[in-house]
Each structure stands twice: as structure tokens, then as C-alpha cells.
Ligand binder design. Structure first.
Ligand SMILES: [Zn+2]
Length: 154
């Protein structure tokens, strides 16, 4: 859950942006709600509508969608490059020379996978990245997205 991994202020700002970018929607009447309550059935138990995406209860899915649309997920390549720069030496097998991580990737894919996962875990533990809907994102990217959108509306 993002509530546990992001700092409170960033999460609250994300919620604010998510509410601004989505609209209340009455499921029973199948229509947009202009005020707090539905004009037909006066229910305030509204879903959130995101144009062109869908309509669901809750705000978490809106946040997940906004992050995945506006921030770039971190892929394995990033972790590999970072780890490669930690091991400057190369390995030579016969006449073939590899950087350390590429050699491990070929020789022991499981150990390689564990090294990448542990590296990403350390970034998560440091609060530098967060997992959103199965992908990892830079917290700084999310903060930038939030700042831009809060400014636009101000
Ligand atoms: Zn209604």
C-alpha cells in the first residue's frame, strides 16, 4: 500500500491530485455527480470516474493509474547498471571478457536475479523507490508529478 511506503504529505498530495483528476460518479443512476450528492438519488456513496479509463470505488486505483501514466517504471537494466558500476573489474574466460554482472547473469541466473532483487529492496528500504501496481517508481518522480499538478491548479 502506498499509504505505508510514501511519506504522509506526498501521499495526501497524491490523493488531492487524484480527486481533482477524477469525477464522482453514481453507480445506481449511472451518471456523473456534479455536487457532493447525486442529483437523482441524492446518494453520496460515489465511485470515481476517470475519463477514458474507467469507473471504480476508491481512490487508490486512480493514484495507481496516474503514477503509471506519468512516471517511468524502473526496469532491471537500471539495477544491472548500478551493480555493474559497483564491480569495476571484468572477468576473462579464455579469450572472452565480460563485465561482472553480465558474467553472473549467464553463469548463474538465479544468483543474478537475487542480486537485482536485493538491490531494489535496499532502494525500497531507503524510501527512494516505491512499488505501485507491481512496478517500481522513483519517489522523486512521483513528488515531481504531484508538485506540477498542485501548481497547475493553484
Ligand atoms: Zn444517483
Amino acid at each position: 500500500m502506498l499509504t505505508e511506503t510514501l511519506d504522509q504529505k506526498t501521499y495526501e498530495n497524491l490523493v488531492t491530485v487524484a480527486y481533482r483528476k477524477s469525477k464522482p460518479f453514481c453507480y445506481s443512476c449511472c451518471k456523473e455527480v456534479k455536487e457532493k450528492n447525486c442529483s437523482s438519488c441524492s446518494s453520496d456513496d460515489n465511485m470515481r470516474l476517470l475519463d477514458g479509463v474507467g469507473v471504480e470505488y476508491g481512490i487508490e486505483w486512480v493514484i495507481e493509474h496516474l503514477v503509471s501514466e506519468n512516471c517511468a517504471p524502473i526496469d532491471d537494466e537500471y539495477a544491472k547498471e548500478s551493480l555493474t558500476s559497483c564491480y569495476e573489474e571484468t572477468v576473462k574466460i579464455g579469450w572472452i571478457e565480460y563485465d561482472m554482472m553480465s558474467a553472473i547473469e549467464i553463469l548463474d541466473p538465479i544468483s543474478y536475479r537475487i542480486a537485482l532483487d536485493e538491490y531494489m529492496d535496499s532502494l525500497r528500504a531507503d524510501g527512494e523507490i516505491v512499488e505501485v501496481d507491481g512496478d517500481d517508481y522513483w519517489v522523486s518522480d512521483i513528488e515531481r508529478f504531484v508538485e506540477l499538478n498542485l501548481e497547475e491548479a493553484a
